[in-house]
Design a protein around this ligand. Structure first.
Ligand code: H2B
Length: 94
């Protein structure tokens, strides 16, 4: 559990293609097939369990939206940036 990050720290640490929306960081991933998105969401869930830091995951047709925030701290922490990086690595490994 870390401290809340400043606006500058968030901007500096945000992985490419992720955006900040208030107290959350978000990215929408696109897929050619619905079930590839479902499988990706499963992998995100497994990463979340391993990190014990859980995103909101919305599965839509051929896209998956991932939102991260640190509920206990009430904003964005290093945990969120770390999770975004891990999810990026997972997506790029596919
Ligand atoms: C009790 C509390 O829910 C747990 O410590 C963990 C579980 N997963 C979590 N996930 C996220 N995104 N934020 C949290 O503060 C958080 N807390």
């Amino acid at each position: 559990m870390g401290d809340l990050l400043s606006d500058d720290e968030i901007e500096a640490g945000l992985p490419d293609n992720w955006t900040r929306e208030g107290d959350e960081i978000v990215r929408t991933y696109e897929f050619d097939e619905y079930l590839r998105g479902v499988n990706f969401a499963q992998m995100v869930g497994e990463i979340a369990e391993s990190q014990f830091h859980h995103p909101e995951i919305v599965i839509r047709y051929e896209e998956v939206e991932v939102r991260l925030t640190s509920h206990e701290e009430g904003g964005i922490t290093e945990d969120d940036l770390e999770m975004a990086e891990l999810i990026e690595s997972e997506r790029n490994a596919e």
